[in-house]
Structure formats: structure tokens, C-alpha cells
Write a protein that binds this ligand. Structure first.
Ligand code: ASP
Length: 262
């Protein structure tokens, strides 16, 4: 994949059956679908949107923030205004099945950002092209039933995604608050700079979460995925169930299970 194409994450964003991103993403506790995304290229150019409503492809808006503004991040109303001014269409993102799940959740309305596969997930993509240039993208609807205005790690450069074209790139999933606390993706890249393989770097970053929250980490999910300049990759998570896909000249789109701490 060319380093200029990490925004291919727009495929799951547009899939109404994918409940963790874009169209059909699970809403916040008021029933509003608010999306977070960021993108970063080999020149350290980056763009992000947070708490963006009504736009199916937040990653494309993030790319436009990167390419057309002097800023890195636009949020909420401002991000929506910018998207609409640049030709994006306002759409209803809450699908019938996401609305049904939300109404079911409302019966108890318990917000527990625990590690189950229904209430969270993120699509992160890291790309190394034939010229060995690295780029990445990260997109999510965030923790399901989150508080209004809550933003996690995914649109934050250094937390949900980080690219350093000399070293490698990393992206994350799981409880964003825990990833932000350790500047997760930046940490993984810096660990690779110190000589760790992508796998070792992901493992050390997850251990940092455990060190911060020894008790809480038993019930949380945090996962990292990393690639280095040589095309080696690795992934590690607190809990089982974190999967990633690899696509290369040798491997055609194979799904792997990441190793986990628990
Ligand atoms: N990291 C995302 C967030 O905290 C959600 C996830 O990946 O599960 O918003």
C-alpha cells in the first residue's frame, strides 16, 4: 500500500454493520454518534477531528485538516462546519440496530468502560510503501455510551497514532484514557527507537499500563500494533481478543490474534 493511502480505513467507516466506527458506530449516552479520527504521513504532517457528528468518513475530514489548514485538530461544531464547507454531506449515522442497542443499554444505563467486544473498538492502519515511507490512520466512534463530549486516544497524535518515518509507527485500541496517560503510540515508537522490536515495544507499552493501574488493568482492554522501517510488525494487548490483519507482498490479508498479558 502506498504511504499516501492510510485513509483506506474509510471502508469500515462506511460499513453500517461495523459498530465501532463511522456509519452505524455505537452512540454516546445521549444517542449521538460522535466520531474521532487522525492521520499522519511520512513528513510528520498530521490532521485530526474529534467529536465530529453526521459525517460518515471522519478520516477524510482529518486528511483535509492536514492538507488544507494550518492546524492539526478540529473538534465538534467547528469540525462539522469545516467538513460541510468542503463538500462532505450531512448524514444520519445512527442505524436502526445501533439505536436498538443504545435503547437496550438505556434500561440500566451503566457506563463501565470494560473490556468487552461490544462496547469498543477502533480501526488503526499502518502502511509501509515500496519506498519504505510510513504513514498511518486511526478512526473510531469511541467508547460506546460515553459521556457527551468525551474524546479518547484515537484522534490524538502520540496517543492513538504516531508515525516517525525514521523508525516506525504505532496505533492503539482499547480504553483511550489509559492510552492517553502513557502517550501510548509515541511511547511504542520511542521504544523501537531504543532498539526494541515492534513486538517488544508493544509489550513494554502494555506493561506501562499495568504498572499504572495494576488492579484496574485486569478489567480493561488496551492493545498496540506497531511496524518498523524494516517492515517487521508486532502487536500486544492486555486482554485476549485483539486481532489485526497483515497485507504484504508475501502475506495476503491474513488475520492474526495478538498475544496478551492476561
Ligand atoms: N480507543 C477508543 C477510545 O477510547 C476505543 C477503542 O478502541 O476501543 O475512544
Amino acid at each position: 500500500m502506498a504511504a499516501s493511502e492510510p485513509d483506506r480505513v474509510h471502508v469500515p467507516e462506511g460499513d453500517p454493520n461495523e459498530t465501532s466506527v463511522g456509519l452505524g458506530g455505537l452512540p454516546d449516552r445521549d444517542g449521538r454518534v460522535t466520531l474521532d479520527a487522525c492521520i499522519m504521513d511520512e513528513f510528520a504532517n498530521c490532521g485530526a477531528v474529534a467529536c465530529l457528528e453526521h459525517i460518515v468518513h471522519p478520516i477524510s475530514v482529518a486528511r483535509m485538516v492536514m492538507e488544507k489548514t494550518p492546524h492539526v485538530m478540529l473538534v465538534g461544531e467547528g469540525a462539522l462546519q469545516f467538513a460541510l464547507a468542503n463538500g462532505f454531506k450531512k448524514e444520519k449515522l445512527l442505524t436502526a440496530s445501533s439505536e436498538k442497542a443504545w435503547r437496550e443499554w438505556l434500561k440500566k444505563a451503566e457506563y463501565k468502560p470494560v473490556a468487552n467486544i461490544e462496547n469498543h473498538d477502533t480501526i488503526g492502519m499502518l502502511a509501509l510503501d515500496a519506498k519504505e515511507n510510513i504513514s498511518g490512520a486511526c478512526t473510531t466512534s469511541g467508547m460506546a455510551y460515553k459521556m457527551k463530549g468525551r474524546v479518547g486516544d484515537s484522534p490524538i497524535i502520540g496517543a492513538g497514532l504516531f508515525v516517525d518515518n525514521e523508525i516506525g509507527a504505532a496505533t492503539s485500541t482499547g480504553v483511550g484514557e489509559e492510552v492517553i496517560r502513557i502517550c501510548g503510540s509515541h511511547l511504542v515508537v520511542e521504544l523501537m527507537r531504543q532498539g526494541n522490536s515492534p513486538q517488544e515495544a508493544c509489550e513494554k507499552a502494555v506493561l506501562r499500563v499495568v504498572k499504572n493501574q495494576p488492579q484496574k488493568s485486569k478489567d480493561l482492554q488496551v492493545g498496540f500494533l506497531a511496524i518498523n522501517k524494516a517492515g517487521e510488525y508486532g502487536a500486544y494487548a492486555l486482554q485476549k481478543g485483539f486481532t489485526y490483519a497483515v497485507y504484504s507482498p508475501e502475506i495476503s490479508n491474513t488475520i492474526f490474534q495478538a498475544k496478551s498479558y492476561y
